[in-house]
Design a protein around this ligand. Sequence first.
Ligand SMILES: Nc1ccn([C@@H]2O[C@H](COP(=O)(O)OP(=O)(O)OP(=O)(O)O)[C@@H](O)[C@H]2O)c(=O)n1
Ligand SMILES: [Mg+2]
Length: 437
Amino acid sequence: MIEHIKEEVLKEIKPSKEEMENLKRKSNAIIGKIWEIIKRNNFPVLEVLLVGSSARNTNLKNDYDIDIFLLFDRSVNEETLEDIGIKIGIETISELNGTYSINYASHPYVNGIIDGYEVDIVPCYKIEFGERIISAVDRTPLHHKFLCNRLNEELCDEVRVLKAFLRSLGLYGSDVKTKGFSGYLCELLILHYGSFENLLKDAQNWKLGKTIILKDIFELYSREKINLKRFDDPLVVYDPVDLNRNVASPLSKENFCKFIFYAREFLKNPSLEFFKDYGKKIEEKLEDRPHGYRLILKIRREDVVDDILYPQMEKLQKSINKAITKNEFVILSSKCFADDKFCYLYWEFLVEKLPKVILREGPPVFDRERVENFLKKYDKVFIKGCKVCAYAERKYSHVVELFKDIINGKFVNISIPKHVNPKNGEIIELDLDKTYS
Ligand SMILES: Nc1ccn([C@@H]2O[C@H](COP(=O)(O)OP(=O)(O)OP(=O)(O)O)[C@@H](O)[C@H]2O)c(=O)n1
Ligand SMILES: [Mg+2]
């Protein structure tokens, strides 16, 4: 059953032989061009390496990039490495008639499009297994060296099926927006479990803090008694090339739980449907239900990349959530997303209106000093349980009043991130029958 589904999935998502051959040809041409530029300028580059999924045969049809790494010796200083790295990237892409842009991760690299292929040219230091890294990308060539002789054709297909399953659920990608599984994590999981099916079977029983130590590390670990670093993440997969790194650290708790849940659902009732935009379909189904009161705070987007924008949107929303809860509105759900022009912070509330009255719970009656202070603030008090209490007037009896104060900057307790300022934001009420006026 699952075998059959895997076959069907692979028909859809595995690049054809021809596609892979064209990809190899193109990658070789780019690497040839890079060497030409290195020799022409006498640049101190030790190695040019094709890495990532397209080098390892674990890429999905029409959904990959060509990742090329330029390896420098440790003796080259960082400024020179960045400088030469960018020069090589720009010249290569220009001479092959592509278009490029300079991006920033741990340090700058060049991203471009050549004949429809997305290409990343990234400078890094050449390090050996066990050596200290200088920049985060230095591990990537080692990932490649670790995986390429351990993954065979069969395992590569299992990786592809896993990637397709995760992509369909909206769990594929380690970027700040997705908070899911990276390609490298998929490869390690398949290497560890041997197949997609075995992985899902085990995942059904995962708990928070699930820790995976690959066989190779385990042997080293027990032989040399290495002290493994502890991580406080939902899933811990030690990076075989750097035991101080958890490969699964970008995975959010919610996405970890989604994976466990849908692994069970799939095994209960294996079907191709799980590979066809399953996550979107679940969301669509959820639209068809009774709603609470829904509101969007729409804020003009500043010119920053998603990697910077998303954490800031989330931080702002978290801070607003605190203010909302403090004012006794019940949040059913909240999420944020952005397009080219705007950021959207979305909420659904249990109710949008609350009565004018609010209960102020004071100190327990035994705490004489604090009781006296409470009495100075309120005149009509009463005892509820052990506490002195009073009724007061609520500041915001409609949630929109609270949002109006937020966009007018009257809320001092909300921390405003650098690039997402609710000031001059727009409040959009989605449920017209309940609109505040
Ligand atoms: N969170 C990440 C992202 C990337 N990498 C390293 O960078 C390489 C290239 O990254 P990327 O192109 O994002 O992923 P691929 O593995 O190539 O997967 P795909 O392009 O198919 O999504 C990975 O193989 C891995 O060695 C990593 O270690 N951790
Ligand atoms: Mg890639």
